[in-house]
Ligand binder design. Structure first.
Ligand code: ATP
Length: 450
């Protein structure tokens, strides 16, 4: 069945709700704009995306360390970083319907009263664009007043810059090195969201890589390629991705270069992750703003300098959505069509489903035993004994479970299970004592089909 792009997006949204990936937040109260909750499978998917990011960027390397900084920092941080003055979108208001829209994205917006029209082309008149700050303001302490104003962080990067000196002194590392962090960021986004592509609270995965200024260009090249390949290695089809270099007029004023890893979403090409050269801007600003010298002194060369920074910054929710969209396929079979999510086994929410062929003859007991063995190792499992075996396979295909293990008469007699592969639908016999090693090998050798 050929899906139109709009169909594909609504298919993904309804699959996410039906199978427990993503729910609308505050649903029973009518929802809250651009905000979602993750259900049991969505949480597993996101956790695996985060683990895959962390393992590639931090654990597998000896030049990047981790950090978990606070969401609410001293409000001076956001004044000095430029966010209080400049982290804003130009907005226009409709004098008739009172709707508010991004002036630079009007063509993507729709008049709430006449959805066939773009705001301004309906009967309403738009105001001149005004700057609208995207940071959420809050108050800390018992007194509501300017003294107690605080902001929810709109990016995780600043927490990293604030701890540059702490990490340098405590972790015994020197440039080139990176500090990575995954955590929630908050932006009062106004434009429609395209599901979890753009939300008001989202998880960011950012890494600031501090380099001697002379090595800036080589590390920028390195990280833009490395980040692109990470997506390909995790199963995203190369033809659906591109690296787009920013034109000079798109660059932030402190940035000398920026490339986006873009994905071709059902609603068009969009940014999945940005890799930016932030120069020494942030460290210098915080040095001046705080009075603490955020420089690096090289004891060998006796050189003192402010490192330049290369920043790969992506959103975990946007990554999870991208993995979902790219993995989804409706495959025509001889008799029917099956919906399948071809996730890389490393990010599939459930790695192995375990089924007794029938609900009798000791098979459920044996299946529970095998499931417990898999669960105790690193695999997430799902036990299912309801419905015909073919239906159970299809249910797992739809949530992207790469392997289904069936316990039958041979298991009881010869200690052998049937493993069914999600992608090829082929079945092989595997001896139970070899099952863990067999799965490890299959995961290591997994290749995206189609
Ligand atoms: P966009 O142009 O889409 O608004 P941005 O350029 O403002 O994104 P950055 O500030 O570079 O984004 O943030 C880094 C990453 O964080 C983005 O590539 C994206 O994956 C993610 N991200 C940013 N804003 C949101 C949001 N509102 N919802 C979900 N993810 C987001």
């Amino acid at each position: 069945m050929v899906q139109t792009k709009t169909d594909l997006m609504s298919t993904i949204v309804s699959l996410c709700k039906r199978r427990g990936f993503v729910f609308q937040a505050s649903e029973i109260y009518g929802g809250v704009g651009n905000t979602y909750d993750y259900g049991p499978l969505g949480v597993e998917l996101k956790r695996r995306v985060k683990d895959a990011w962390w393992s590639r960027i931090v654990t597998a390397r000896n030049d990047v360390v981790g950090l978990d900084s606070a969401i609410i920092q001293n409000p001076r941080v956001w004044e000095v970083s430029g966010h209080v003055g400049g982290f804003s979108d130009p907005m226009v208001d409709c004098k008739k319907c009172k709707g508010r829209f991004r002036a630079d994205k009007l063509e993507d917006a729709r008049c709430p009263e006449k959805p066939s029209k773009v705001p301004g082309q309906c009967a309403g008149e738009l105001t001149e664009p005004r700057s609208f700050n995207l940071m959420f303001k809050t108050h800390v302490g018992p007194v509501e007043g300017t003294g107690a104003v605080a902001y929810l962080r709109p990016e995780t990067a600043q927490g990293i810059f604030l701890n540059f000196k702490n990490v340098l002194e405590s972790a015994r590392i020197k440039p080139p090195f990176g500090i990575a962090q995954i955590g929630k960021s908050f932006r009062n986004e106004i434009t429609p969201g395209n599901f979890v592509f753009r939300t008001r609270e989202f998880e960011q995965a950012e890494m600031e890589f501090f380099v001697p200024p002379a090595e800036n260009d080589q590390w920028f090249e390195y990280w833009r390629k490395e980040r692109f390949e990470w997506y390909v290695d995790l199963g995203i089809r190369r033809e659906n991705l591109r690296l787009r270099d920013h034109d000079s007029d798109e660059l932030a004023h402190y940035s000398t270069a920026c490339s986006d890893v873009e994905y071709e979403y059902p609603f068009g090409w969009g940014e999945l992750e940005g890799i930016a050269c932030r120069t020494d801007f942030d460290l210098k600003r915080h040095s001046e703003g705080s009075g603490t010298d955020l420089v690096y002194f090289d004891p060998q060369t006796k050189e003192k300098y402010t490192p330049y920074v290369i920043e790969p910054a992506g959103g975990i929710d946007r990554m999870a959505l991208t993995f979902l969209i790219d993995a989804y396929e409706e495959e025509e079979l001889e008799k029917d069509t099956r919906a399948v999510l071809r996730f890389h086994p490393e990010i599939a929410p459930t790695t192995v489903a375990v089924f007794p062929l029938v609900k009798k003859e000791g098979m459920p007991e044996k299946a529970h035993e095998i499931e417990a063995m898999l669960r105790r190792s690193r695999y997430s499992t799902f036990y299912d004994e309801k419905a015909a075996i073919g239906r159970r396979y299809r249910r797992q295909d739809e949530v992207g479970t790469p392997f289904c293990v069936t316990i039958d008469g041979d298991t009881l007699e010869k200690d052998v299970v049937t493993v069914r592969d999600r992608d090829s639908m082929e079945q092989v016999n595997v001896a139970v004592p070899e099952l863990l090693a067999w799965l490890d090998e299959a995961i290591r050798n997994w290749k995206r089909v189609r």
